[in-house]
Structures are given as C-alpha cells and as structure tokens.
Design a protein around this ligand. Structure first.
Ligand SMILES: O=C(CO)[C@H](O)[C@H](O)COP(=O)(O)O
Ligand SMILES: [Fe+2]
Length: 229
C-alpha cells in the first residue's frame, strides 16, 4: 500500500469505529467506505491512560484486511513505545500517541517515524499546546482532543477552540501548515465542526455523529456541508 497521503489543504472526515457495531466491523467499514470516509479512526484504550478498554493489534490487523482506507490509530495507552511495532505490523498507516503518556516524547515520535508510518501527537483538552512546541516539526499530525478521552458520545468542549487556532498559528509560523494535519476528536458533529474548521482543523474525527445515523454517507456529507460555509 502507498504511504498515506497527508494533504492539509483538503478537509478530511475520519469516522471513529468506537461508536460502530463491533460485532459487524466488516459491514461498518463498507458503510463508511461507500459513504465517502477519508480515513478510519481507531481508538485504542488500555484502561490505565483512560478509564475504558477497546481493542489492540489483532483487531487492527483484521480491519486492515477489510478496507483500503488509511488507518488512523489513536493510542490512548500508557507506555505506547512497547506496542508501536505491533501496530505497524497490524497495518496502521498513522500512529498518534498522547504527549501526556510519554515521558520521552521525542524518542517515541522518532520511533514511530523510523518504523515507517506517519506519526501524530495528541493533547488532552486541558494540556497546553506548549508541551509539543519543541517536537511539532517531527510530526505529520497534531490531534487536539475536544472531549476528555475514553468514551464516544460526549459533549464537545468549546474551550479547546482557541487552542485549535493557536495550533494553526504555530504550524504557520514554523512553515508546517502545508504538511501537518490538524485533527479534532470528540463531540464533532454538524453543529460543532464548523467552528473547528474555522479555527484551522483539517481532519474531523466523528464517531456517534456518523455511526449513530442510519445513513453514514449522508452523515459524512452533512459534516462536510456544515464545514464548507
Ligand atoms: O478518541 C475518542 C474518545 O476518546 C473518540 O475518537 C471520540 O470520542 C469519537 O467519538 P464521538 O465523535 O462520539 O465523540
Ligand atoms: Fe480518537
């Protein structure tokens, strides 16, 4: 498979499988693929970094067999360096680690890149952007959480909007705007997406706003329509 394209000029929608029917992942993947999803967002939780458990590399490997969409893997786990190789072998195209979960963040980001996949860094809603100021040139994607991570279907936290705008300015100041995606994750729906995009987001993760709707294609289109205005 060719390396995942990073195109911050084009708005992308990444449905999160967290809100899908886990007993019918193949069907859910067909639903979002036919519906025009750009990436598939995979939420990996360990019950330590976040108070919930989801799935690991064996499930990612089965998902890889069922879709050609890029796999955007969001690791909400402590000590992610232990599992990078497993997620790369499972077929992840992009691996995002939380800055809060890495004592040696520079080392982990470098490890992901050297493993041959795209690399992202995530921040919880309260974490200042300054935490990643000195590593931002190492990444392909910055993920700003717009809910406290751990669960789907939570309410969007609007206090993150100025941080999205600040991240956009930081990327521009560093000359990175053309090659680093700015992803928002949590509570993203047609009523909240426009403010995220206006602030500078280029990737919208949406779980319940896509899988909670009968027509996933229409739900994805609604996110794009709302954000285009
Ligand atoms: O990382 C996540 C939670 O920790 C999920 O990606 C996110 O919550 C998506 O679900 P929803 O769109 O329903 O909020
Ligand atoms: Fe996520």
């Amino acid at each position: 498979m060719p390396p995942m394209a990073i195109e911050p000029q084009r708005l992308k929608v990444a449905p999160s499988l967290l809100s899908s029917d886990f007993a019918d992942l193949a069907g859910e993947l067909r639903r979002i693929e036919a519906g025009g999803a750009d990436w598939v967002h995979l939420d990996v939780m360990d019950g330590h970094f976040v108070p919930n458990l989801t799935f690991g590399p064996p499930v990612v490997a089965r998902i890889r067999e069922r879709t050609r969409l890029p796999l955007d893997t969001h690791l909400m786990i402590e000590n992610p360096e232990r599992y990078i190789g497993d997620f790369v072998r499972a077929g992840s195209d992009l691996i995002t680690v939380h800055a809060e979960a890495c004592v040696h963040l520079h080392r982990v980001l470098t490890q992901v890149r050297e493993a041959g996949v795209r690399v992202g860094v995530a921040l919880n809603p309260h974490t200042p952007l300054s935490l990643i100021e000195h590593v931002i040139d190492l990444v392909d994607l910055v993920l700003l959480m717009t809910v406290n991570p751990g669960f789907g279907g939570q309410r969007f936290i609007p206090q993150v909007l100025p941080k999205i705008a600040a991240a956009r300015r930081l990327l521009a100041d560093r000359g990175l705007a053309g090659r680093v995606e700015l992803e928002v994750d949590g509570g993203v729906a047609p009523d909240t997406a426009p403010a995220c995009v206006a602030a500078g987001a280029t990737v919208l993760v949406a779980g319940s706003a896509v899988f909670g709707q009968p027509d996933a294609g229409e739900a994805i289109a609604a996110l794009r329509r709302a954000s285009a205005g």
